[in-house]
Design a protein around this ligand. Structure first.
Ligand SMILES: NC(=O)CCC(=O)C(=O)O
Length: 305
């Protein structure tokens, strides 16, 4: 954040003047993950197809859905998405096109330019890649006796915001630990996001206290929908995910939530509620831009810092 450069969030706003405003049937897929990659891909395809058959138009997958969540796995399961060597994202694209659904493709380990990223691909209902979010804030924590994890041992961070216009609304993406940083959510909202999707895999220490709290906070701060999507819990895994995939509305209401087991949340969300809440409580117009500002640092304004 800096206060001297212009507020470039609005400068790079997604043109969402005609963004979809009605009801969207959403499927949040809390998948069980196994060690066999192809089995994860086949299973995800089946779950997506079933959700589409049940009427879902927007389908969300969890963080690292093609591999166990571990620094040992990331390099071996990584795929070259841009290089066209990615069976996991090929499946997402093919299924999005075949079933005419928008897919927020959770995340997989991505190999690119000699580095690894934790990457979410977003596919439109024609199967085209609409955007790619590389986790911006890596999960490096040390809570002695509870949990220590350092994603930065294997992964590199992304540096760009991801807000894409789809035929079911304007969608911003963050991955798991990204949800702890309100700046990402606020800048995504400023760019026009109506739904913030966070594929994530919180743990058994922070999950019970923070997972729903953070999702509610990002929703209420920004008066939009927040979707979190976790892998199902596997008590035998090296890293035990909290589960509890959740959808929060723009007034902080829990629209739907799972517990720890595999399952799919299938629900309608009404994007017109965003406008209602923002009219009732016009936070955006009440911000004190004369006293503070939130600024995206880009190659263009970096030199002004
Ligand atoms: N995969 C992650 O980023 C985990 C984040 C997490 O558990 C947290 O507490 O934050």
């Amino acid at each position: 954040m800096a206060s001297s450069a212009p507020a470039s969030a609005s400068g790079s706003k997604v043109d969402n003047a005609e963004a979809f405003q009605g009801k969207v049937k959403l499927a949040v897929c809390q998948l069980s993950i196994v060690a066999e990659k192809q089995q994860n891909i086949d299973h995800a395809r089946e779950v997506i197809e079933k959700a589409a058959d049940d009427g879902a138009r927007l389908i969300v997958l969890p963080e690292m859905w093609n591999c166990p969540y571990s620094n040992d796995s990331f390099p071996t399961y990584a795929e070259d998405i841009d290089g066209g060597a990615s069976p996991s994202t090929d499946m997402l694209s093919d299924t999005a096109r075949a079933r005419k659904v928008t897919i927020i493709g959770g995340s997989i380990p991505e190999r690119s330019g000699g580095k690894l990223y934790n990457t979410c691909c977003i596919y439109g209902s024609d199967g085209k890649l609409l955007g790619k979010h590389r986790k911006m804030h890596l999960f490096d924590i040390d809570i002695p006796g509870k949990i220590t994890f350092r994603e930065s041992d294997t992964l590199s961070p992304g540096n760009t915001f991801t807000v894409v216009k789809t035929d079911v609304g304007c969608i911003g993406v963050g991955i798991c630990y990204d949800i702890r940083f309100p700046e990402l959510a606020m800048l995504s909202a400023a760019k026009g996001a109506q739904i913030l999707c966070y594929p994530g895999a919180f743990n058994m220490t922070t999950g019970p206290l923070h997972w729903e709290l953070l999702a509610k906070a990002r929703a209420v701060d920004n008066q939009l929908f927040v979707v979190t999507c976790s892998p199902a819990r596997d008590d035998g895994a090296g890293y035990i995910a909290w589960g509890h995939s959740t959808v929060i509305g723009p007034f902080g209401k829990v629209e739907a939530a799972l517990e720890e087991k595999e399952g799919v949340l299938l629900l309608d969300i009404d994007l017109s509620e965003i406008e209602t809440r923002r009219t009732n409580m016009p936070l955006e117009h009440q911000r004190r831009h004369d006293v503070y500002q939130l600024v995206e640092i880009t190659d263009r304004n970096r030199s002004a810092l």
